[in-house]
Design a protein around this ligand. Sequence first.
Ligand code: NAD
Length: 338
Amino acid sequence: SKVKVAINGFGTIGKRVAIAINKQDDMVVSGIVKIKPDYNALFAKRMGMNIYTIDKEDANEFKKKGIEVYGTIEDLIKESDIIVDATPDGVGENYKKLYNKYGINSIFQGGEEANIADISFNALCNYDEAYGKKSIRVVSCNTTGLLRSICALSNLSKIEKVNAVLIRRGADPQEIKKGPINSIVLNPVGLPSHHALDVKTVIPWINISTAAVVVPTTLMHVHHVTIRFSNKVEKNDILEALMNSPRIILVDSAISGIQSTSQIIDSARLSKERGDINELVVFKDSITVDDNEVQFFQAVHQESIVVPENIDAIRASLELSSKMESINKTDKKLGINK
Ligand code: NAD
């Protein structure tokens, strides 16, 4: 029988994870927790997902809009094997006690402090260490992007240092009150940015520094990454390692003409559900090797890169599959291609 997964928070990440769960053959969404009867709640209803509220009284507002409520978050937890918390940054912390009270396994997101869970997670980098852990934190979109390329290249030669500059999107497309709308914001001014520390929550052995700016766009993040190895590396080996790694796609600008995030998203809209890109996108033509150092550009679709990681985190926590079995299953069901 399928593992029952509860979802708390049905926003950018929560709804995508819910849709992805229902595509797997070993798990199913048992219900979602909503606080407002908005368009996302109407969508969940249409998808046949059972809706739960935080308090009993909240249900009235849903009923007024014709949305049936199946109970409270506590009722949902009792019926579920694991809960994915995709509430806003820092809010998951408030629910930790409730999850612990019922002894339910939990998956948190990157907006929470690392100490919220037993382990911070990226499937390629540390699936085996997360196996059987009661609570797992899937790191943020930027950290996931950095970890994908670093772990894919870490077998080539010892990595001495990673330096990355992150050009971050200002808001997700539906966020009407976030900015900037006319600025490049140093975020933070003091270096390194927290992303370096966040990468270390998954691979503590890495020597990494990051800097980040926020710009007025909603589509994707772009990183410029420099990796220095202890030995000389060959461009072909870099290419092969990236191509052979799951969840990384190389964009060939010379062939496709793609040199921007808007063109990546436009092309994704032709072939991918919602135009989501679960893969890390590396610009093949940017990969430049100088002796023991490689530099390249990569792009991260912030709304969807962590979706497959959440699926694998569920399997790792509940000991459903081994690492490559889980990654391959997830990728096949989500149409993640190489
Ligand atoms: P979001 O604001 O799009 O969605 C959050 C959802 O939680 C909304 O449905 C909201 O109504 C609901 N919610 C708000 N307060 C709640 C509460 N007290 N109890 C229950 N539900 C509540 O947020 P998001 O962008 O999906 O982010 C969720 C988590 O995922 C954060 O930790 C974030 O850092 C992380 N994350 C976000 C992105 C991204 O780019 N959007 C990428 C990777 C990771």
